[in-house]
Write a protein that binds this ligand. Structure first.
Ligand SMILES: Nc1ncnc2c1ncn2[C@@H]1O[C@H](COP(=O)(O)OP(=O)(O)OP(=O)(O)O)[C@@H](O)[C@H]1O
Ligand SMILES: [Mg+2]
Length: 268
């Protein structure tokens, strides 16, 4: 399937790792670069991303502040699996023809729509809570030696999607990016253990580790307003930028830079 858009899938089979949070911030950031963005919520039963877009669209000051919104499609699963899969494929095709980027938010579970969604990824972003428990979704770690014994389900699923792409006649290369989310400033031992294991695993199963996001209230507090901290530069009354917000913005910028997606804006 040839398309204009670069597809970014935000995925991790584990729940609550920050997929929707990363999706929202990524979308607003890409819109801020002047790119036209389509977004798809495959996790439309929970619908976090869809609610966020809705909250943003409902703002009365949207036009006045020049806040941009993505062309959003929610795809709640129905009882008809084949129809769901056709709808997702068609949505990627349609949005892919008219936008620069598509961001796909996926559920925190193994689901057929999520698997199909992953197969469209040019870039896959996997947020991981900063704990050894969450690492388990990528690999089994031997607790005695703290070494990786084998890749686990999710890594294998990502591998499998390459075959699906090959069958569709698409290139199999996916830029797989793993980032650690909710980084705590304390807990240096856990941090070091995670760093080492992630490095090993990155080499073994072929992803890159990029700078992560700290645990910060600002990443969740603007949800109901339909905003992210990236919008605060517009000077929205009651939402002034604090010092800790500046650090968060810096963190986000590093993440976006590391994805390399800014080149899409330059290519225009
Ligand atoms: N860096 C962060 N700092 C503070 N809170 C965060 C951060 N990242 C995520 N959260 C909060 O953690 C919770 C889970 O995040 P989110 O909904 O983005 O995860 P998810 O992976 O999409 O979950 P699910 O698998 O259920 O879809 C939310 O309440 C979110 O606001
Ligand atoms: Mg979510």
């Amino acid at each position: 399937m040839s398309r204009k858009a670069h597809v970014v899938v935000v995925g991790n089979e584990k729940g609550g790792t920050g997929k929707s949070t990363v999706s929202m911030h990524l979308i607003v950031s890409l819109l801020g670069m002047g790119l036209s963005v389509g977004s798809i919520d495959i996790d439309a039963r929970q619908a976090t991303l869809s609610r966020y877009v809705q909250n943003r669209k409902s703002r009365k000051d949207l036009a006045e502040l020049g806040l941009r919104v993505p062309d959003h499609v929610a795809l709640p699963p129905t009882a008809d699996r084949e129809a769901d899969e056709r709808r997702l494929t068609e949505t990627v095709r349609l949005l892919g023809n008219i936008h620069d980027v598509i961001v796909v938010d996926t559920p925190g579970s193994d689901h057929y729509l999520s698997r199909l969604g992953h197969s469209f990824a040019d870039t896959l972003i996997t947020p991981l809570n900063d704990s050894l428990v969450d690492l388990d979704v990528l690999a089994r770690v031997d607790p005695e030696t703290m070494r990786i014994s084998r890749p686990s389900h999710y890594s294998e699923m990502v591998w499998e999607t390459k075959k699906t792409r090959a069958v569709r006649g698409e290139k199999a290369v996916v830029d797989w990016i793993v980032l650690r989310n909710r980084l705590a400033h304390l807990d240096a031992r856990n941090k070091q253990a995670m760093e080492k294991l992630l490095e090993d695993l990155a080499r073994r199963i072929g992803f890159r580790v990029v700078p992560g996001l700290g645990e910060r209230v600002i990443y969740r507090s603007l949800f109901l307003e339909g905003l992210t901290l990236l919008d605060l530069k517009h000077g929205i009354k009651g939402f002034e930028l604090s010092m800790s917000n500046v650090a968060a913005r810096q963190e986000l910028r590093q993440l976006i830079d590391a994805t390399g997606l800014a080149r899409l804006a330059k290519a225009d």
